[in-house]
Design a protein around this ligand. Structure first.
Ligand SMILES: [Zn+2]
Length: 288
């Protein structure tokens, strides 16, 4: 076996960014990336030199291990961001019961978790099979695209500084140049004691364990909206360790006075175009 050390986080970040956060093999774009050593292969020399490594999805990583691509082809692919626009993924954790841990507070059977200016920032919907699916509208003060998660499917990532989506599909982390940030993770909580230890609170006494938790943290740069692992800062309010159970709405903020440039507002504007005729608008029903 090789004596190679674990790949440093900084190297992984460089490799993800080089390929535009999606597997660079033609037509792929899979964001669940692994890291392949090819120049030289680890069997020749254990190394973690980014110049001789490439980010690939699990399927194309196996093919690369099998010798499908030449060294020259891998060097070319490594600089290829052509698949950046294909980058999208799915959160495969389907559960009928979920504890949402959003900005250090707990939401159980509370579908609209955080709503700002009538936009659901974080919410859950139950699909026709009874599974809870996550929606996240990542708002921003920047007029650029931000990731949208709709019923567990995510896309519309825009141009992130980094997107980390490990193949196990438990985590998703995305950050943008202006400081906008989203992190989510699924975790199985086997017992009340485990939950108590992890979150240092016992507010969920009435919840039946085991249960799956989805943790969501988010920062909207330039605002006082920050959902960290320990607290929610929402304008002048700071909340920590509260449980909302069986509530129609968790946190609702109206008339924030913030001029949102993204996401729903930005998307809607591109879907409806005005025409020369005052009573006619052109609506683009296709997905962009
Ligand atoms: Zn691939």
């Amino acid at each position: 076996m090789s004596e190679r050390k674990p790949i440093p986080k900084s190297v992984k970040k460089v490799l993800r960014s080089e390929v535009g956060f999606g597997c660079p093999v033609k037509g792929c774009g899979n964001p669940y990336l692994e890291y392949h050593h090819f120049d030289p292969p680890v069997s020749v020399k254990p190394h973690n030199e980014p110049e001789g490594m490439i980010a690939l999805c699990a399927q194309h990583h196996k093919k690369a291990d099998g010798g499908a691509y030449t060294i020259e082809q891998l060097h070319a692919l490594k600089k290829d961001k052509a698949n950046a626009k294909l980058v999208r993924g799915n959160l495969d954790w389907l559960r009928k019961d979920l504890l949402a841990v959003v900005g250090g507070n707990f939401y159980y059977e509370t579908p609209r978790i955080i709503t700002i200016d009538n936009i659901d920032l974080v919410s859950l919907v139950r699909d026709e099979d009874g599974y809870l699916r996550l929606n996240v509208n990542m708002l921003s003060l920047e007029p650029d695209e931000r990731i949208i998660i709709e019923e567990n499917s995510w896309e519309n990532i825009g141009s992130p500084l980094d997107l980390r989506s490990p193949p196990q599909g438990k985590e998703l982390e995305i950050s943008y140049h202006n400081g906008d940030y989203l992190y989510l993770r699924f975790i199985e909580l086997q017992s009340f004691e485990q939950a108590q230890q992890r979150y240092e609170t016992d507010v969920f006494k009435d919840i039946t364990f085991p249960i799956t938790a989805v943790e969501v943290n988010m920062t909207i740069a330039g605002t006082r909206i920050e959902l960290t692992p320990i607290s929610s800062q929402l304008g002048g309010i700071k909340m920590t360790g509260c449980l909302s159970s069986h509530c129609g709405g968790g946190v609702v903020i109206q008339n924030s006075g913030i001029q949102w440039k993204q996401n729903p507002v930005w998307k809607r504007k591109t879907l409806v175009e005005e025409t020369e005729h005052p009573n006619v608008v052109k609506v683009n029903f296709g997905r962009r």
